[in-house]
Design a protein around this ligand. Structure first.
Ligand code: C2E
Ligand code: MG
Ligand code: MG
Ligand code: MG
Length: 280
């Protein structure tokens, strides 16, 4: 870059010409603003039981960018994790889920917690504060922690997970099978559920290793009284195979895609009461 091309020169903004680092910084700044500009959305994907009844829902964050359109969490969560932004987004997600609880009166909401959030004690305080602010119960939530985080967990992180469980949260190990999945972790970690990564579910039809892995896991889970969720069910066949392998919860496009909540229409009773209050 020559010095002559400096001040006062009019240039056409071309994002492709930005270095990766500058692009990331730009996205980071925009992301910080996105929280205030209300550009984040929490979509929900159903988790079913063996009969296809809704057993829980997982909240998945999305960013509705005014120019780039919908951005997936796989793109912006890693950027947020590089700074305190992840705490801000984590708080936004949890508050949104607390406020949406009444839309799922019979189901728990599962929420993804970043490994970066788990490294700091602020997480416990934030969750506690938001629960109080929204008058929500911890036992209505499942906190999903990725297997990689759990297996690399320090004593502080383990203690934090124990603390969250004491508060009433349920804990699930997400993306199980993608990390250094020692079966011994299942015995020692304070968890309630294991979500088997979709790569195993996808290969259940013809991969012996995937079959043995999943059925061993479901047998251990039965002894340990854990819920086993099969992730990424895309076909009737995968649903059938995961069921016969002994999984007891199912999630995937075949059973339902992540979707925004339809607008909430207040029950007539509530509107009436409000109208009465206004006329009083
Ligand atoms: P995850 O927690 O393992 O979530 C499951 C991902 O698989 C979601 O992608 C979901 O849309 C996708 N999925 C569900 N069913 C199927 C299927 O049948 N086939 C395929 N191919 N994919 C399926 P999504 O929403 O893009 O999220 C990606 C990841 O981003 C999540 O993986 C999670 O690790 C992270 N994430 C999402 N929301 C949050 C959040 O609020 N906080 C944090 N920290 N991370 C989040
Ligand atoms: Mg998850
Ligand atoms: Mg997963
Ligand atoms: Mg994942």
């Amino acid at each position: 870059e020559s010095k002559g091309a400096g001040r006062g020169r009019v240039t056409v903004f071309d994002p492709d010409m930005l270095s990766e680092k500058r692009q990331r910084r730009l996205l980071e700044r925009e992301l910080r603003a996105a929280v205030y500009l209300n550009e984040l959305e929490l979509h929900y994907q159903v988790i079913t039981d063996t009969e296809r009844n809704r057993a829980a829902v997982e909240g998945l964050v999305r960013w509705r960018h005014p120019v780039r359109g919908m951005i997936s969490p796989g793109e912006f969560i890693p950027i947020a994790e590089r700074s305190s932004l992840i705490d801000m987004i984590g708080e936004w997600v949890f508050r949104r889920a607390c406020l949406d609880l009444h839309r799922f009166p019979d189901n728990r909401i599962s929420i993804n917690v970043s490994g970066e959030q788990l490294k700091r004690d602020g997480l416990v305080h934030m969750l506690d504060r938001v629960l109080q602010e929204t008058d929500a119960q911890a036992n209505r939530f499942i906190l999903e922690i990725t297997e990689t985080v759990a297996t690399a967990a320090t004593p502080e992180i383990i203690a934090r997970i124990v603390r969250l469980r004491e508060m009433g949260f349920h804990i699930a190990l997400d993306d199980f099978g993608t990390g250094h999945c020692g079966f011994n972790y299942i015995k020692t970690l304070p968890i309630d559920a294991i979500k088997i990564d979709r790569s195993y579910i996808h290969n259940l039809d013809d991969d012996r290793i995937a079959q043995v892995f999943v059925s061993a896991l479901t047998q251990i889970a039965r002894i340990q009284d854990l819920v086993i969720v099969a992730e990424g069910i895309e076909t009737e066949e995968e649903f059938r195979l995961a069921r016969s392998a002994g999984c007891n919860r199912f999630q995937g496009y075949y059973l339902g895609k992540p979707q925004p909540l339809p607008p909430f229409r207040e029950a007539p009773g509530l509107t009436e009461r409000r109208a009465l209050a206004l006329s009083a």
